[in-house]
Design a protein around this ligand. Structure first.
Ligand SMILES: NC(=O)c1ccc[n+]([C@@H]2O[C@H](COP(=O)([O-])OP(=O)(O)OC[C@H]3O[C@@H](n4cnc5c(N)ncnc54)[C@H](OP(=O)(O)O)[C@@H]3O)[C@@H](O)[C@H]2O)c1
Length: 272
């Protein structure tokens, strides 16, 4: 039996994590979402009556909602604490997803707004999340904090493949990786594993409504991925991706040298 706190469970990787983990009725899952009513409805419709799933409201850009969620989580999990804290929720900006950074320079206001939102959500939001929930993680048995990052944040990956797109998003994930390492620096001695993990390229429908021009930018990136990993056949189905992610976080430990590390879903620096 393990207790999980997962952010961003309304859809995509987060929802699939809830689905797979709650299949074992002994596990307890607390999922944080912005729209609680919609997710409660979705869980009931797609997963049925799973009394081990608890959906709470929280927005990563609002400290007050995260604090309330921590209070409510404490009431649910009690002295068991949290075994796995999974920082999955993120703002996946589309503004910078299809173009090189140099092509965004004249969209001054949007560039500044998106950058601020990325930092507030993906970096500061997770700082608050970690600070508010670490007391519960310290009470848990497993003591693992996993931040879902992105291979986009790896400098060798960017430079070797000349990956031009997603500059702002990548920078927010790189900053988050540093924060995760800083939390590791503080809490490793308490036995808490802090780890940043890229999930690979996962099919969650994020590019379902792109324009033909955006698709062109995306295809350029996909071509580079195919050159990087000749076996790459496109995005991984979310159920398969979540099984891989979970198996890798099970293997990772402080003793095996993963404290504060930034790794792929394979547990290394192979991003695809
Ligand atoms: N899919 C991939 O190929 C891929 C690749 C690399 C990294 N990732 C990372 O994987 C994680 C999951 O993403 P996904 O692919 O599953 O995308 P997704 O389907 O878009 O899910 C993103 C989740 O984050 C939540 N979220 C967004 N802004 C939030 C905020 N301010 N406060 C709280 N929650 C917020 C969303 O909730 P709402 O429904 O309220 O918007 C949603 O549940 C993210 O960290 C993403 O960066 C994904």
């Amino acid at each position: 039996m393990s207790v999980y706190l997962i952010t961003g469970v309304s859809k995509g990787i987060g929802f699939e994590l809830v689905k797979q983990i709650s299949e074992d009725p002994k596990n307890v899952i607390v999922g944080l979402v912005r729209d609680k009513a919609a997710t409660v409805k979705k869980v009931a419709a797609e997963l049925g009556d799973r009394s081990n799933v608890h959906i709470l409201h929280a927005d990563l850009t609002s400290y007050a909602t995260l604090k309330q969620a921590a209070t409510d989580t404490t009431k649910i999990v009690g002295e068991r604490g949290i075994d796995y804290l999974v920082a999955n929720g993120a703002f996946p900006s589309h503004f910078d997803a299809f173009d090189p950074i140099g092509a965004l320079g004249d969209k001054v206001e949007e560039l500044e707004d998106v950058s601020s939102k990325l930092f507030k959500t993906n970096v500061v939001g997770n700082i608050h999340l970690f600070n508010l929930f670490v007391p519960l993680v310290l009470k848990g048995k497993v003591k693992k904090v996993i931040a879902i990052s992105s291979g986009h944040a790896d400098l060798d990956f960017i430079n070797d493949l000349e990956v031009e797109n997603s500059a702002l998003y990548a920078a927010s994930k790189a900053a988050m990786n540093v924060i995760v390492a800083k939390f590791n620096a503080q809490y490793k001695k308490d036995g808490v594993l802090f780890l940043s993990m890229s999930p690979g390229v996962v099919e969650v429908g994020q590019f379902d409504s792109v324009t033909p021009e955006q698709m062109q930018g995306l295809m350029g990136f996909m071509g580079k991925l195919a050159a990087y990993a000749p076996d790459f056949k496109g995005a991984t189905p979310v159920d398969e991706a979540v099984r891989t992610i979970r198996s890798t976080w099970e293997k990772a430990s402080i003793d095996s040298g993963f404290g504060g590390a930034f790794i792929s879903h394979f547990g290394n620096k192979q991003w695809i």
